[in-house]
Write a protein that binds this ligand. Structure first.
Ligand SMILES: C[S@@+](CC[C@H](N)C(=O)[O-])C[C@H]1O[C@@H](n2cnc3c(N)ncnc32)[C@H](O)[C@@H]1O
Length: 210
């Protein structure tokens, strides 16, 4: 799987990448009420400018991405210095308050996630085949503490079961996350010219706060 994604990055087949922060992030993030300085986990982050936006809002950001190409392209957007180190099998690049962990999201362990207090997920589920989506929702729940809030932006389409991008309808999002999160549906966009419709959700990790 990681080979396929690396090939996409090497060939520039990254139609999912936006040239600006996602409008739904700008519309909804503040309504989550995430405290300033809370560290935000961004799984399967690509080179998303959403991370810059979150950092500019005062959040330390921890992004995780398979493809070193994505990480290098993200870092090149700014001339700010980058420090690099290795930890727990990941190569980590830090630029300002954004740290990018190069490796498999499923290898990130709760011990490395200790400071995370919120999350932002755009287009992770649609990158994963059905059985892996279940694993993803469970793994995310392991990494964030009770009370952690997050924004999730996903996509559904009518092209059948092919992907990525896979179609992830609202019912599936509910059944994936309800065991460990409370979900609030925020909005659904209009279908684009390819019949793809984005949906936006607020999530909060269930469980007793310590
Ligand atoms: C559809 S893209 C979304 C990227 C980003 N969230 C955005 O909004 O632009 C999915 C990204 O996840 C990465 N990816 C897929 N599976 C991964 C995994 N298990 N661990 C880390 N990154 C992964 C891919 O390389 C790809 O860059």
């Amino acid at each position: 799987m990681s080979d396929q994604w690396r090939k996409r990055w090497q060939e520039g087949r990254i139609g999912f990448h936006l040239q600006q922060a996602h409008p739904a992030l700008l519309r909804h993030w503040k309504s989550l009420g995430v405290a300033n300085r809370t560290k935000v986990l961004v799984p399967l982050c690509g080179k998303s400018l959403d991370m810059r936006w979150l950092a500019d809002e005062g959040h330390p950001v921890l992004g995780i991405e398979f493809a070193p190409e994505a990480i290098e392209q993200f870092l090149l957007q700014r001339s700010t210095s980058v420090s690099r180190y290795r930890q727990a099998g990941f190569t980590i690049s830090r630029q300002g308050s954004v740290e990018l962990w190069c490796g498999d999201f499923f290898h990130l362990h709760i011990q490395q996630a200790a400071e995370i207090g919120a999350f932002y997920d755009r287009a992770s589920l649609i990158a994963l085949p059905p059985p892996t989506r279940q694993r993803y929702a469970f793994h995310l729940a392991q990494l964030v503490p009770p009370g952690a809030k997050g924004l999730l932006i996903s996509l559904s389409h009518t092209d059948g079961s092919a992907g990525p991008p896979y179609s992830v309808p609202a019912g599936e999002i509910e059944s994936l996350f309800t065991p460990n999160f409370t979900l609030t549906f925020l909005e659904e966009g209009s279908p684009d010219e390819r019949g793809r419709t984005e949906s936006v959700w607020a999530l909060e990790r269930r469980g007793p706060r310590l």
